[in-house]
Write a protein that binds this ligand. Structure first.
Ligand SMILES: [Zn+2]
Length: 264
């Protein structure tokens, strides 16, 4: 069994950001809760070792925390919270948009938000945080020709390798979790060792599973890590949505509405 990989998009910021936004207070409570319960957050290199040796004996419960899209607010609201509890995380960057506004994303958020810049990324990398690829322009790779998909993967990997070194060039999270065998093959050919896709993997290191965390995750332990029925439900619904990037309204109908004061 591989350690679970949690996938967050946005923490804090306006409610209008949609279901992939998690409030800062809830995020801080989740991280403190996990740390107190003895969880350890892995570096990408440690996670990579677990992938290579799945039977590796694990003394503590472990997980990989991951953040997609690389919004600038991560450095303000997320990394300090993680550093406080001794956690690290891996952020998947859209390399063409580092230091720029989210013109690729306004369709979903209707907000102009900034992305992390290379200086800030470098400072957090020095503090033990990992960075990796979310492609060059957040393209849905499965819709692209071989040549275009390969270019998205290669350009992003080259920018990361050049700016941050080889350790930042080993992993990719596919935008919208859109992957198939062709994309896995192109990612491997581009030089990636690890690829993160939907809620279910297929056993390949280029098709690893992640559990998305949505705004209905208001408890101390994110649903994806819970063994009870609600955790199963969250995983199942996330699989039905089949993407890490944009949520679904199904859970919102099944669970208390996000008007709860907890979320404000
Ligand atoms: Zn994304």
């Amino acid at each position: 069994m591989l350690p679970p990989v949690l996938c967050y998009h946005r923490v804090a910021g306006p409610m209008g950001l949609g279901v992939t936004r998690v409030a800062r207070s809830i995020f801080a409570r989740q991280m403190t809760g996990l740390a107190r319960a003895g969880w350890r957050a892995l570096t990408l290199a440690e996670f990579s070792q677990r992938v290579a040796q799945p039977a590796f004996p694990i003394p503590h419960p472990e997980l990989l925390l991951s953040f997609d899209d690389g919004y600038a607010s991560l450095a303000e609201h997320v990394y300090p919270v993680l550093a406080d509890v001794g956690f690290t995380a891996t952020t998947f960057l859209i390399t063409d948009y580092v230091g720029r506004l989210n013109t690729w994303d306004v369709r979903y958020t209707w907000h102009r938000l900034g992305h992390l810049d290379w200086d800030t990324i470098g400072r957090w990398q020095e503090r033990g945080f990992d960075f990796a690829s979310h492609t060059a322009s957040h393209a849905r790779l499965t819709w692209l020709s071989d040549g275009h998909a390969a270019a998205e993967l290669e350009r992003s990997r080259e920018a990361l390798r050049h700016r941050l070194g080889p350790q930042a060039a080993r992993a990719v999270a596919y935008p919208f979790s859109a992957r198939d065998e062709r994309i896995e093959r192109l990612a491997r050919a581009a030089g990636y060792e690890l690829g993160f896709g939907g809620v279910r993997g297929n056993g390949s290191p280029l098709a690893l599973a992640r559990l998305p965390v949505y705004l209905w995750d208001v408890g101390r332990v994110p649903f994806g890590l819970r063994k009870d029925g609600l955790g199963w439900l969250a995983r199942t619904v996330a699989h039905a949505a089949n993407r890490c990037a944009v949520g679904t309204s199904v859970m919102l109908r099944l669970l208390p509405a996000p008007r709860s004061p907890l979320l404000l």
